[in-house]
Write a protein that binds this ligand. Structure first.
Ligand code: SF4
Length: 439
């Protein structure tokens, strides 16, 4: 019943493609924002690639860096056209940093009459829930996946006809706004199955999603916390420590110190005598003595960095972004990490609702008073689907016209005050980079 509704409402072009789904190949393209030490393939792309391979889907994966001066959308479109036939689909992730290049590639593919289905996923898709908006933003795409895409992509590629798949929306059909449900038991590890090869710097994940609801963050609330099986994570730790070339690990869990397994993960790294650098993004209010003991023990061989998002010390600003920062507890944790000689980094945001130049300075002063040397200040981005994104007009937040737009003016700060904050952020960043170089 559902399928026949879909078939009736699909545009003619999509319908004709739907008849030849068998033995499809997928071109899996990733348009990344790369930093110098990044591995050639992002962990997200590697996880998708790994799951497709495990399920015997023919796939060709390629990654581009949109911030590389030599990057051109024409060369991406050319690559796609040169590597496709009637049985090729294209999968791409939509992120805030690749929105413009992605749209340009989509319009080139229309010009070149790309013959297969264009499947889009990623945060820019996942958080666009209002019916009709995906088609409006990405008119050339045929299928959208909201949420973690591994399982949905495999099912889409295996389906012999258009069929309902959780989290999948077919263009120009009724849209229920639903997201995929991740079953971490079904995902193989791209580290353990050879998709990711050992290299000096690597990203790993032990969980996805977050318990908190910060108003500017795309992890906020809509993705429930999902932990990978401990047996998988333990094997990954053992794999990492068995490859001494790996000496710098970033654990990318949105908040590492929540859930059931984080202490065991720390203990396994310590047991395996990991001796490189390792960083974890943590929530200060959840830090316990037992956690810091485990970090200290890990530091017998390793050099651990705990990264904390503070954003602001001011109640009015914190309320606007739905953070209930417990400043006394946070201060206590920072003083304790200093006492225990644990590398600690704090990130803060400039451009927040209710913020002023002075209040921004006070937040930095607080970090200094807590003995924190590594402070990073990031501009506020209004990421699609977040609470702040939806309140942009109401809060009178004005954005820049950059490739990645950020908030540069609001009722509480002028553009020239924002420029001052930007300058301060740059000084902090230069000092942060100098510290990293000397570590
Ligand atoms: S900012 Fe951090 S704590 Fe807040 S929702 Fe995002 S990941 Fe969770």
């Amino acid at each position: 019943m559902f399928s026949s509704i879909l078939f009736k409402s699909l545009p003619r072009r999509t319908f004709s493609q739907a008849r030849s789904f068998a033995t499809k190949k997928l071109l899996l393209l990733s348009l990344d924002w790369k930093r110098p030490k990044d591995p050639p393939m992002s962990l997200g792309q590697a996880s998708l690639f790994s799951h497709l391979k495990e399920n015997n889907i023919p796939v060709l994966a390629k990654s581009y860096a949109v911030n590389d001066p030599s990057f051109s959308t024409d060369s991406v479109a050319k690559f796609i056209i040169n590597n496709c036939n009637q049985n090729t689909d294209l999968g791409m992730g939509a992120y805030v940093w690749n929105e413009r290049p992605l749209l340009s590639i989509l319009s080139s593919l229309k010009k070149f009459q790309f013959p297969g289905r264009i499947i889009l996923g990623g945060p820019q898709i996942s958080y666009l829930r209002k019916s009709g908006l995906l088609e409006k933003f990405y008119a050339e795409a045929h299928v959208f996946i909201r949420g973690y895409a591994e399982d949905a992509l495999v099912k889409l590629m295996q389906a012999q006809k258009i069929e309902p798949i959780s989290g999948v929306h077919y263009a120009n059909t009724p849209d229920d706004g639903s997201s995929t449900v991740l079953n971490p038991q079904t995902l193989s590890s791209p580290l353990l199955n050879g998709i990711v090869t050992p290299q000096p710097f690597m990203r790993v994940e032990t969980k996805r999603g977050c318990l908190y609801r910060c108003a500017y963050c795309q992890h906020s609330g809509s993705n429930p916390l999902v932990e990978f099986p401990l047996s998988r994570v333990i094997k990954e730790v053992q794999w990492i420590t068995a490859h001494p070339v790996i000496n710098d690990i970033a654990v990318i869990d949105p908040t590492f110190n929540v859930g059931n397994s984080y202490l065991l993960v720390l203990k396994e790294f310590a047991k395996q005598k990991f001796s490189g650098k390792i960083s974890f993004q943590c929530k200060a209010e959840r830090v316990t003595g037992e956690f810091l003991d485990a970090v200290e023990s890990l530091n017998t061989y390793a050099k651990t960095t705990l990264e904390f998002g503070l954003q602001t010390i001011h109640k009015k600003e914190a309320r606007a972004i739905l953070r209930s920062n417990q400043i006394n507890k946070i201060k206590e944790v920072f003083l304790e990490t200093k006492r225990r000689n644990i590398n600690t980094e704090i990130s803060i945001i400039y451009g927040l609702p209710n913020q002023t130049l002075e209040s921004f300075r006070q937040t930095i002063l607080f970090c200094n008073e807590c003995g924190i040397k590594a402070i990073r200040a990031f501009p506020l981005l209004l990421l699609r689907g977040t609470i702040l994104y939806n309140r942009k007009e109401e809060l009178a937040l004005k954005e820049s016209n950059d490739l990645i737009p950020c908030v540069v003016e609001s009722p509480s700060f002028t553009y020239s005050h924002w420029r001052e904050m930007e300058k301060i952020a740059k000084v902090l960043e230069d000092s942060y980079k100098a510290r990293i170089r000397n570590c």
